[in-house]
Write a protein that binds this ligand. Structure first.
Ligand SMILES: [Zn+2]
Length: 347
């Protein structure tokens, strides 16, 4: 999962860029320079493919199912979807990548990847990689952002203490949502053990009781993972408990990485050779974590640095591959530009 708060200055620039993009998309101009960026790798990053509900942590909804279907049609038209195996074979020098290569990835392992995305992927014959938070698969343990969304959606209170000693309150739903996002961001800054304590206190702080087994249908189970694995979907590691790897002692980061890779491999009965860093921003991985990933037997690791990447970049830095973060807030014109190598000019 990943959550960022855009600055106001950035928002103004984004509004202008958005208008230009809409024009480029509708006029077809966005595809005019295609031959210039044939040697690139677009890696799409999805989390959840689901409809929105008040109890859902909405920044993690990458696309509604109908939007996802449209996006896959767009990929089928303009890109060549490749598998992780093909990408690795190219890295090993064994084969060429097609022009306009695209790799579809999902982080965390939500059940909706199986129920909503998988049928659409199958329809197109697309492969995809799902990076699993191994300790959550087949359990009813919610991620803290999902727990936060549930508790805020059900509270009757109008304030909450923050870990920094302040107290924040809200007067309407929009303000409440902002406070809930602020709460999640403040948790991310804490050492892992302290974070866990605050997460455990959250239902009590907001006066909410969570029904037993409520989160049972949030994540996939291992049978679903195996079924997809037998039908062209590939899997990678994404830690056991989803800590931000640079906020825990190196030895723990190493075991979170190798443990998730080993668990997924054991459940599937095949080697696992790729990894995605939780949160994926520049502060969330470093040379040590990249080394741990390599030592765990992985050939590639994926970040949330803004993509797409040139093939030269991927070959040079296979442990920090860029991805295009997709959000349900993106229109089709925005989607088409985000996954286009021209997108790198925006930042
Ligand atoms: Zn994640």
């Amino acid at each position: 999962m990943y959550l960022s708060q855009p600055s106001q200055k950035k928002s103004k620039r984004s509004a202008l860029v958005k208008r230009i993009l809409e024009f480029g998309y509708h006029s077809g101009l966005v595809q005019l320079g295609r031959p210039l960026w044939a040697n690139s790798l677009t890696v799409l990053n999805y989390h959840r493919i689901d409809n929105l509900s008040p109890e859902t942590f909405q920044p993690n909804v990458s696309a509604l199912p109908a939007e996802f279907a449209r996006q896959m049609e767009y990929l089928a038209r303009w890109y060549k979807v490749v598998s992780l195996q093909t990408l690795h074979e190219w890295l090993n020098g064994g084969r060429k990548l097609p022009p306009h290569a695209a790799l579809i990835t999902f982080d965390d392992g939500y059940l909706d990847n199986y129920t909503n995305a998988y049928p659409i992927l199958r329809k197109h014959g697309f492969s995809a990689v799902i990076f699993l938070t191994a300790g959550h698969i087949g359990t009813d343990t919610a991620f803290y952002w999902d727990l936060t969304a549930y508790c805020f959606a059900h509270t009757r209170l109008d304030r909450i203490p923050f870990p920094d000693g302040t107290q924040r309150c809200w007067h309407n739903e929009a303000e409440m949502q902002q406070v809930s996002y602020g709460w999640i961001e403040s948790l991310k800054k804490l050492p892992e053990d302290e974070k866990k304590k605050w997460v455990a206190r959250l239902p009590e702080l907001l006066g909410v009781a969570i029904p037993d087994g409520y989160f049972k249908r949030l994540m996939m189970n291992w049978d679903q993972v195996r079924e997809m694995s037998a039908n062209g979907i590939e899997f990678g590691g994404h830690t056991i408990q989803h800590p931000i790897l640079t906020r825990i002692p190196p030895e723990r980061a190493r075991s979170e990485i190798s443990g998730s890779v080993a668990r997924v491999s054991e459940e599937l009965g095949k080697p696992v050779t790729s990894f995605a860093y939780p949160n994926g921003m520049p502060d969330d991985f470093n040379a040590a974590t990249a080394r741990f990933v390599q030592e765990a037997g992985c050939q590639t690791a994926f970040t949330l640095l803004n993509g797409p990447a040139s093939l030269d970049e991927v070959r040079k830095s296979p442990y920090t591959v860029r991805r295009s973060f997709i959000s349900h807030k993106h229109s089709m014109p925005e989607f088409s530009t985000l996954i286009n190598p021209l997108n790198r000019l925006r930042h």
